[in-house]
Design a protein around this ligand. Sequence first.
Ligand code: DC
Length: 211
Amino acid sequence: MRIIAIDGPAGSGKSTVARALAVYLGLDYLDTGAMYRCVTFAAMRRGIDPADADVVARIVGDIVMEIGLQAATVDGVDATIEIRGTEVSRAVSVVASNPVVRAEMVRRQREWVGSHGGGVVEGRDIGSVVFPDAELKVYLTADPEVRAERRSKEVSDLDYETVAVDIARRDALDQSRETSPLVVAGDAFVVDTSSLSVEEIVAIIARALDD
Ligand code: DC
């Protein structure tokens, strides 16, 4: 079973590269960040404060999510737009720092890979925690200015400064949380994507897979 882990901070190019790599390799693609976003959305929709760790822990097992390439549904409701919105983006780090939420997401991620016969899995802890035996663990990185620039192009209603501040805040939270912080796995293949095109990055990863 082929499992390729793609980790890295926001704006490092993970999603675009992981999707392109999955097509190139003929594997399915899983966006685990979307899973944490769906949990955040589900909590808000139920009127739960995402920061209330105990209550979120109690409901996480009941949340039904379907994450496709184009759309996401949570408990049968279309959440495609909302999970990328400002509210969810602000609250998702605290939800992702909840150990009960993480344990449940990791369980679902392993189940997904089992039922899909492998895959390209994108996140923050995929190579370090979820699939430590992945065939290749890629860690994508890029200069903070480049990452903020990319994100502000994606979210058209926010300006560069707002996005830069938000990315810095999320980086800090993701790197400092106790459970599975964003770290570079010791045996990760690190690619700085600051000045590379998607095609170049995919080619670099494909070469690493052949070696
Ligand atoms: O990649 P993203 O911006 O959609 O991720 C959303 C949040 O979820 C972000 O704060 C990091 C967190 N996350 C995580 O903790 N572990 C993962 N495997 C994926 C995302």
